[in-house]
Design a protein around this ligand. Structure first.
Ligand SMILES: Nc1ncnc2c1ncn2[C@@H]1O[C@H](COP(=O)(O)OP(=O)(O)OP(=O)(O)O)[C@@H](O)[C@H]1O
Ligand SMILES: [Mg+2]
Length: 230
């Protein structure tokens, strides 16, 4: 079996209100592969990503993943904290206590990778949504993340920017051997991943070849209401 970048076994999580939102969930993502996580609204995708990132603690089960872990939120305004692009990417390196020249190198390399080097001094407020997502991704790259978790990073983007971002992330994670898990409702993005996982009511109900999952979801979409949420 291929070495794994992410491994989850029999995970259970409930909010204090009671009912389990993650139920006996097990999944694997092979190391260095780009996988997508699908499921209707409320199926538990964001909760699962937060559990993987260590932002929530499960009631039971096991989580194994390579470190460091990078997390890109659906709304980049929730994670960009510094006034300029360069300062924000550098901020994520504070804990590593690197010498200033090393921080500069890492920031420039990461911004170069997401094609934002020329905007290093730009204030965050003067960026487009897609550019903000790229800054958030650069922050994870600068920290040399082994695993990258992205929660609907294209939800705020127009169709052109959306496909541009997914293609850019695919190129980046592939060239760096990063294991990535990308949450999406947009089926056209499945063309860019190595494999996909389908979550229903907190449990994994399907996994595998992206085009097969895409067909399965399109059939469901045809049979029920168009507002399925996937
Ligand atoms: N902070 C919270 N406290 C209590 N319940 C929550 C909290 N956050 C989410 N939930 C509930 O947990 C369940 C799973 O939510 P989650 O956000 O993980 O779904 P999702 O699959 O990401 O949905 P979406 O596609 O809408 O983003 C939902 O029933 C939701 O109402
Ligand atoms: Mg969500």
């Amino acid at each position: 079996m291929a070495e794994l970048g992410i491994e989850v076994k029999d995970l259970n999580f409930s909010w204090s209100s009671g009912e389990n939102v993650i139920k006996s969930c097990s999944l694997e993502v092979p190391r260095g592969e780009f996988w997508m996580l699908l499921g209707t609204n409320g199926s538990g995708k964001s909760t699962l990503l937060r559990l993987l990132a260590g932002l929530l603690t499960p009631q039971s089960g096991e989580i194994g993943l390579l470190h460091p872990v990078g997390f890109v939120f659906q709304n980049p305004d929730h994670q960009l904290v510094m006034p300029t692009v360069g300062a924000d990417v550098a901020f994520g390196l504070v804990e590593e206590k690197l010498p200033p020249a090393a921080v500069r190198d890492r920031v420039e390399e990461a911004l170069g990778a997401v094609n934002l080097l020329s905007l290093q001094k730009r204030p965050i407020y003067a960026l487009s949504g897609g550019q903000k997502q790229r800054v958030a991704i650069a922050g994870a790259l600068a920290r040399r993340c082994e695993v990258l978790l992205l929660d609907e990073p294209t939800a705020l983007l127009d169709p052109d920017s959306q496909l541009e971002l997914v293609a850019a992330v695919r190129r980046l994670v592939k060239s760096r051997g990063i294991t990535a898990l990308w949450v999406t409702h947009r089926l056209d993005e499945l063309n860019y991943c190595d494999g996909a996982l389908l979550l229903e009511r907190g449990s994994l109900v399907d996994r595998g070849e992206p085009q097969r999952l895409k067909r399965r979801l399109m059939e469901l979409h045809d049979e029920t209401s168009p507002n399925l949420g996937v």
